[in-house]
Design a protein around this ligand. Structure first.
Ligand code: BJ8
Length: 424
């Protein structure tokens, strides 16, 4: 990246020297954690390219789309229905960030005991580090955890924010609330884009997003095989990039990568020996470039075979029924699908326990590592119930809480190595 995009970044009012610092750290991190892996799939070259251009070419594409009249919508949660965004001819991008770099700026306006994910997106905005946020015509927040919903009150002073109300329970009244909120969002998107959302457009958007989910399901299904044909780091990166890339192009590329994976499965060619312990991750989402724990796990000789997380299985598990014929019917089908999301902000949330247990068995995981971001109450509290359920099922669990700093990496490594040793 570099000079070619300098003018674009200046136009977006980024802090150029801080942004250069971010790209340098990101590049080094990527080299150490990704490019150092051996025997990677040829198809990963596309992901390497997208990541190397994540603040370059993709931002340029967004700028070109804006110039052609399309709107850019940023989100922080998988509850925001991308189908409605796409049906308004807008582009949706994920804004969750996984780096510590804006922390100081964030702590000027947020309490220090706020989870790293929230601090990161607020910090990226305040420190002028994120070309995605700066490209957005609308940023959609949601009433999920308390940290996020209160942070949006501050964030809206700096960005064009819209807040979607997400229920916290799963009664029929909650479902009706979600539908009302999806209809309100649909109207907001029509107003933003100046284009009506027709049944044809919504149907086509539903198909596009379903296709992307299906290809990611195919990827994760192939990880059930032993030896695992792809590293957990690479699979996580694919899930992460699904939040930034053009959905149609991404689906084509990952489909080709899955063809390659299928061959590996037939040849029994794995990224680690069949004896390597298989670990499933469960818990908070890991946004780019939060690769710390996956790196610790895989550099300790284990392989990650699944992510029970919003950047992972929770985002792709359910498809939208494509049979609706009117806009309202299709919104009902969307609500049916999104209402199944088992985020820890819901109470009770026992479906998640069932999913974790089923997924661990499907993926033939030897153990589960529950990943919580420090100060994330919903997932920290739920870790207790996850522990009890897995104990009953005889599945070993290690529960970890961490943030985006590198200070605890030695301690994490010791705990993870001891856990893997215990699985032998
Ligand atoms: S549907 S998981 S994307 S809310 S880690 S900010 S919960 S304090 S990210 Fe999430 Fe939607 Fe749920 Fe998924 Fe709060 Fe916890 Fe921080 Fe979190």
């Amino acid at each position: 990246m570099g000079n070619d995009y300098q003018q674009m970044w200046e136009r977006l009012n980024l802090d150029i020297s801080a942004h250069d610092g971010l790209l340098t750290v990101l590049g080094k991190f990527y080299n150490d954690i990704y490019l150092s892996q051996e025997g990677r799939l040829k198809g990963m070259e596309y992901l390497d390219f997208v990541l190397s251009e994540v603040h370059g070419l993709r931002i340029q594409e967004l700028q070109e789309a804006k110039a052609a009249g399309r709107k850019i919508v940023g989100t922080f949660c998988i509850f925001v229905p991308e189908e409605i965004t796409l049906a308004a001819d807008a582009i949706q991008v994920g804004l969750c960030a996984g780096a510590e770099i804006g922390k100081e700026a964030a702590e000027q306006v947020l309490p220090r005991n706020t989870c790293a994910l929230i601090k990161s997106f607020v910090g990226f905005k305040l420190a002028r580090l994120c070309p995605y946020i700066e490209s957005c015509d609308l940023v959609v927040g949601e009433t999920t955890c308390d940290g996020k919903k209160k942070a949006y009150e501050i964030f809206q002073e700096y960005a064009p924010l819209y807040v979607m109300e997400i229920p916290q329970m799963k009664s029929p009244a909650d479902k009706a609330l979600l539908k009302a909120e999806f209809m309100r969002y649909l109207e907001r998107m029509e107003a933003l884009s100046g284009r009506p959302i027709t049944a044809d457009k919504l149907r086509s958007a539903i198909q596009t997003v379903n296709q992307r989910r299906k290809v990611l399901q195919r990827l994760d299904n192939l990880r059930k095989d032993s030896p695992s044909p792809i590293s957990g780091r690479d699979a996580l990166l694919i899930h992460q990039i699904s939040f930034y890339d053009d959905p149609v192009r991404f689906t084509q590329q990952i489909s080709a990568l899955c063809d390659e994976l299928e061959k590996r499965v037939v040849e029994k060619k794995g990224v680690a020996p069949a004896s390597a312990k298989r670990i499933m991750l469960s818990g908070c989402p890991m946004a780019v470039p939060n690769w710390k724990l996956p790196f610790v796990i895989e550099s300790s000789g284990a392989v990650i075979v699944g992510e029970e997380s919003c950047i992972g299985d929770r985002n792709i598990r359910d498809l939208v029924d494509e049979t609706g014929s009117t806009v309202e019917e299709m919104v009902d089908r969307l609500v049916d699908r999104y209402f199944q999301i088992d985020c820890a902000v819901f109470t009770p949330n026992n479906e998640r326990l069932d999913h974790i247990s089923r997924m661990a068995k499907d993926m033939k995981a030897d153990g589960v590592i529950h990943y919580g971001l420090m100060f994330c109450q919903p997932y920290a509290m739920e870790a207790h119930k996850v522990g009890k359920r897995l104990e009953k099922e005889g599945i070993p669990l290690l529960s970890i809480e961490t943030d985006y700093s590198m200070e605890d990496i030695g301690q994490l490594k010791t705990r993870v190595e001891a856990f893997i040793e215990m699985l032998q």
